[in-house]
Design a protein. Structure first.
Length: 276
């Protein structure tokens, strides 16, 4: 057994250290500070997709929590009861989830437009597993979703929303009860905007499909023995791709406006949810 000399032990007594209470307070502040960011990353598009592993999201949340720990005002929880601490935890998780879900509702407009285009044409049979949602989705919807992600990253939307969530600690400090009314109204308005933007994206294709189906109906009416599947499906598929090709610039502009509107809407909701 190795014996440590007394002079070494006496020198170690003078070394600075961190008390157990200080470590506990620091860990509790770190956890409380990371709740809003972590819940936002879980619920937000791009960050919370199935293609992003869970451990990557946890590490990313922890890094952001460490970076902003000294810049975010965090109240001392020594005088708080367990019920009050539980209330703070629920509020912080709710703020992050509401912000992320509102963004997801806005971004669902692209997927909704792609699904409606696919079902109105013969492309509804071409479906694969979407790596973002982990569910089976038409190929057109996946293309629109990837195009929206490209617009989101090109416009530095991922950096803007992270800065927005960090700035939300100024609007709604930790320990303050926000107004959930603006958040609920923001979710309802986001759902309305989702259907409106999806209609704008799919409107050219829907009009073309209506005209093509009308022509096909007249032809089959005049020639009942004609096989509908022999020319109708190839015609609709070709028409969809041609229309999407010529309207790709307008679709990209619409998706870019969608990214800007989403970020502005989330910022407005967080400001309105501030209790004073």
């Amino acid at each position: 057994m190795i014996e440590i000399p007394n002079i070494v032990l006496q020198g170690m007594k003078g070394l600075p250290g961190i008390g157990l209470q200080e470590i506990t307070d620091l860990m509790s502040k770190f956890i409380i500070c990371s709740l809003r960011i972590g819940s936002f990353i879980i619920a937000a598009p791009f960050f919370g997709g199935a293609s992003v592993p869970l451990h990557v999201r946890i590490i990313f949340t922890s890094l952001i929590g460490i970076l902003i720990l000294n810049f975010v005002p965090i109240p001392s929880f020594q005088d708080f009861s367990n019920l009050q601490i539980l209330k703070v935890v629920i509020v912080e998780i709710s703020i992050g989830l509401f912000s992320g879900l509102i963004m997801s509702i806005w971004f669902a407009a692209a997927v909704l437009a792609g699904e409606k285009i696919a079902h109105s044409s013969a492309l509804g049979y071409a479906a694969q597993v979407d790596p973002v949602s982990g569910m089976q989705s038409p190929v057109i919807a996946m293309i629109f979703s990837m195009l929206l992600t490209i617009c989101f990253l090109t416009l530095d939307g991922h950096l803007v929303v992270l800065r927005l969530i960090i700035e939300s600690y100024q609007y709604i400090p930790i320990g303050m009860m926000p107004l959930f009314g603006p958040m609920i109204n923001g979710g309802i308005e986001a759902a309305k905007s989702m259907f409106y933007i999806a209609a704008l994206i799919m409107l050219p294709v829907a009009i073309a499909m209506l005209l093509i189906n009308t022509v096909v109906g007249v032809i089959t009416r005049s020639a009942p023995t004609l096989n509908l599947f022999s020319f109708a499906f190839p015609l609709t598929i070709f028409a969809v791709f041609v229309i999407i090709y010529f309207s790709l610039n307008s679709i990209s502009l619409t998706l870019s406006d969608l990214v800007d509107a989403t970020i502005n809407n989330v910022k407005f909701i967080l400001e309105e949810a501030s209790n004073g």
